[in-house]
Design a protein around this ligand. Structure first.
Ligand SMILES: [Zn+2]
Length: 126
């Protein structure tokens, strides 16, 4: 009979032939490792999205006027990556980075930032 080895520690497996791990600790160690092993492109995209959200959050809470309006130049200057957003509503110019939505005015001078929540939904700009 062919020997099988634990996918985590490579110990020889005994008992049931469909076993993949020698025990629960190896099973969870293996799955945790797989979960954390994102590919480099995913890591890059994730970090840009998170940075974008940080920038929006900072501007919304420290720079913006009462309507969440900020100069587009200012937000561009700190490295906001406009190509990276989490989602966009159909037929709308509102882009989202997670819970923070933004809208760029037609003259490309002002960006309006709003925070959405589960309670308020996504109709903040209407
Ligand atoms: Zn093991």
């Amino acid at each position: 009979m062919e020997k099988k080895y634990c996918l985590e520690c490579e110990e020889i497996l005994r008992g049931r032939t469909d076993k993949k791990f020698c025990g629960d600790s190896c099973r969870s160690a293996f799955h945790n490792r797989m979960k954390n092993a994102k590919n480099p492109m995913m890591r890059l995209i994730d970090s840009r999205l998170k940075k974008n959200r940080q920038i929006l959050d900072y501007f919304l809470n420290n720079v913006a006027d009462d309507n969440g309006r900020v100069s587009l130049t200012a937000i561009r200057r700190v490295g906001f990556a406009f190509d990276y957003f989490t989602h966009k509503e159909d037929d709308s110019a509102i882009y989202y980075c997670y819970d923070l939505g933004y809208l760029i005015d037609p003259e490309q001078k002002i960006i309006e930032i709003k925070q959405t929540s589960i309670d308020t939904g996504v109709d903040l700009f209407l």
